[in-house]
Design a protein around this ligand. Structure first.
Ligand code: FMN
Length: 191
């Protein structure tokens, strides 16, 4: 399954923190594509309902949040240099903000907050993104135990994965599709 191949790529790049940077494309309120780099925070573990979900953290005030509320479909693109493999992971985004009533998801949000480094946490206390630059010298570090209101956990729930391996001529490509029961099928296709 695609997850074992992704795990292998992550393992081979374990000494390169930048291998956890992925690109996430969403659709904006005018139906135009938007894309940005984000940090992969691992898979949501111990969840039957949300298995295979990728974890990302983001600020409630960022533009992607309004885009996701309007259209949850998104695609991640992720390239690993050593394994020369590209993963295009397509699915729906689930936003877990302070108002999320689901206890399991809220506790995952809290855990994600507690797992952040202090420099990562303080960014959520910065002034509103995309507004004219202000002085940041007075920002107090937020409570490391309780997530600040702007902190969101974002889950990408994949339904389709396209894996391209550049090694070999011709290259190798597989499509993974999830059926309604949540089972994955794999098909080897032409590159
Ligand atoms: C290497 C790198 C890692 C980043 N990691 C994150 C992240 O984990 N979460 C996040 O919200 N933004 C992250 N950013 C910033 C985003 O790329 C983006 O600028 C920000 O989320 C605002 O995007 P939006 O206006 O489309 O919502 C990262 C940027 C870079 C260059």
């Amino acid at each position: 399954m695609w997850r074992s191949h992704l795990a292998r790529s992550l393992h081979q790049h374990r000494n390169q923190p930048e291998s956890r940077f992925l690109q996430l494309a969403t659709i904006d309120l005018d139906q135009r594509p938007r894309n940005r780099t984000l940090v992969f925070r691992g898979f949501l573990e111990n969840s039957d309902r949300f298995k295979d979900c990728l974890k990302i953290v983001t600020d409630y005030r960022s533009q992607k949040v309004a885009q996701i509320a309007n259209n949850p479909w998104a695609e991640v693109n992720w390239y690993f240099t050593k394994t020369r493999s590209q993963f295009r992971i397509f699915g729906k985004l689930i936003l877990i903000d302070q108002e999320c009533p689901d206890l399991e998801l809220q506790s995952a949000r809290k855990l994600a907050w507690q797992s952040l480094s202090e420099p990562a946490r303080i960014q959520f206390a910065w002034a509103h993104p995309r507004e004219p630059r202000v002085d940041f010298s007075e920002v107090t570090p937020p409570d490391p135990h309780e997530p600040i209101s702007s902190f969101c956990l974002l889950l990408l729930e994949p339904i389709e994965v396209d894996r391209l391996e550049l090694r070999g001529t011709p290259q190798n490509r597989w499509l993974y599709l999830q059926d309604r029961q949540g089972n994955w099928t794999e098909q080897e296709v032409n590159p």
